[in-house]
Design a protein around this ligand. Structure first.
Ligand SMILES: Cc1ncc(COP(=O)(O)O)c(C=O)c1O
Length: 449
């Protein structure tokens, strides 16, 4: 067996690795075959396989990468950190990277939120926010507030608690008996606008649904969890910021916590560092992960309000938040995050992304106007397009065709979306838009229409 042959890596991976969110049989040869691509290395916006083929990472490797693969500045920070401290437990000990990161994140919220509590994956941050919400009510003598509310189509992760506040049947149904019952309210998805209705009208209707529920059982509800501005995993459903203002107000009036899950939409994806800035509101808990480490290392965290922190601050150990993960606040991950925040500041990223988004938006106009596309939409550095008249294998066939055209793009159902890293040059932007359309047309032709 020749070492490093592409097909060998595929065969070995299929024998030994159970790939995430995958029906493994789809990797077997056959009609519905989905390619498995062994990545040899990455550089900038591109991933390279072992045969020298490259793939433009148009979805930032599951929405984590911000400044390209093998970014020299993040690499340098990590190499420096490696020689200082790779890891130390965070109970009873602390270290520079975790302190600096916590201070800088609090400052980014104008010190509305702070007391960063760390974990590794997004779902763990959601678990922490849910537990903290319930426990802080309990510490304040409101142990009867035990229920959580989520939006229709919401996605907050795959662990048992996070899945309970997720509303994607494909991920949730099999585990129904294991999950806590959750209240689900209308999504503010602007695509639901009736004739003559605006996105703000939909936001008002959706907020009225929250009000109805809070009026009925607000005294039993601990928190509502929302992915602000874009519900990503359900297919990039976008809503008006007004919705967040209305819900914030309802939460204040009914004493319900607002948890904002900015795991996917944070770190500049929607145009501002935090999505909630566009609504001018702050939650009681803000969950962050994915892009915060630049897409380098697993890092997640929850920022919370002072009142929440105070609810746990006591002589009594059982009133404390006794949650932990072994790698909480890992110094390497925190250092990658600090290097990421440095790039935001030094390169004026949020401002420069506006120009990038303007160019990509223009370049995508032919796709937006395609006769088989509806609901072309954009917020910051996220674009989405709903394909009509496509079959249930559309997403898999589009992905396979995209890999043939040097593109990493995986539609969600019939929604084609782009969430690229913030480093594309003009040539890459134009090439990305042209290929997204070309792959769409080839996929349609492959389905016979
Ligand atoms: C909004 C949102 N919340 C939570 C998660 C879960 O994060 P992780 O996959 O890191 O557990 C995701 C992952 O895609 C997400 O998009």
């Amino acid at each position: 067996m020749e070492p490093n042959r592409q097909s060998d890596w595929v065969a070995r991976s299929l024998r030994s690795v159970w790939h995430p969110c995958t029906q493994m049989q789809h990797h077997a040869q056959g009609d519905n075959h989905v390619p498995l691509i062994p990545v040899s290395h990455g550089r900038g916006a591109w991933l390279y396989d072992h045969e020298g083929r490259r793939y433009l990472d148009a979805i930032s490797s599951w929405w984590v990468n911000l400044f390209g693969h093998a970014n020299p500045r993040i690499n340098a920070a990590l190499k420096d950190q490696l020689d200082r401290l790779e890891h130390a437990m965070l109970a009873g000990f602390t270290h520079e990277p975790v302190i600096q990161l916590s201070e800088r994140l609090a400052a980014l919220t104008g010190h509305q939120l702070g007391h960063a509590f760390y974990a590794s994956d997004g779902a763990s941050a959601v678990e922490i926010a849910l537990k903290m919400s319930f426990h802080s009510w309990r510490n304040n003598g409101r142990g009867d507030k035990q229920e959580f509310v989520c939006l229709k189509g919401s996605y907050h992760g795959e662990t048992i608690g996070a899945l309970a506040v997720t509303d994607v049947a494909l991920f949730k149904d099999a585990y129904g008996p294991l999950l806590r019952a959750t209240q689900t309210v209308m999504s503010p998805d602007a695509r639901q606008a009736a004739e003559g209705e605006t996105a703000q009208d939909v936001a008002r209707r959706a907020a009225a649904d929250v009000e109805r529920l809070f009026n009925e059982r607000g005294d039993k509800i601990a928190a509502i969890i929302i992915e602000p501005l874009v519900q990503c995993a359900t297919g990039m459903a976008m809503h008006d910021p007004l919705y967040l203002r209305l819900v914030r107000d309802l939460c204040d009036r009914h004493s319900v916590h607002l948890i904002l899950d900015e795991i996917a939409v944070g770190c500049g994806r929607t145009g501002t560092f935090f999505a909630c800035e566009q609504a001018g509101v702050w939650p009681d808990f803000l969950c962050l992960s994915k892009g915060i480490s630049g897409g380098y290392l697993p890092l997640s965290l929850v920022l919370s309000r002072e009142e929440v922190y105070q609810a746990f601050y006591s002589n009594d150990v059982t009133r404390g938040f006794l949650h932990s993960h072994s790698y909480t606040g890992n110094p390497l991950a925190c250092r990658a995050a600090l290097a990421t925040l440095d790039i935001f500041e030094e390169d004026n990223v949020l401002v420069n992304n506006r120009a990038r988004a303007g160019r990509l938006g223009k370049a995508l106009a032919p796709l937006a106007g395609h006769e088989r596309i509806r609901n072309a939409r954009n917020r910051g550095m996220i674009w989405a397009f709903d394909a009509v008249g496509v079959d249930s294998a559309f997403s898999r066939r589009y992905f396979a065709e995209a890999t043939r055209q040097e593109l990493l793009l995986r539609p969600i159902g019939s929604t084609i979306y782009l969430m690229p890293p913030y480093i594309l040059d003009d040539e890459e932007i134009d090439g990305l838009a042209a290929r997204t359309l070309a792959v769409f047309e080839a996929t349609l032709a492959g389905q016979g229409g």
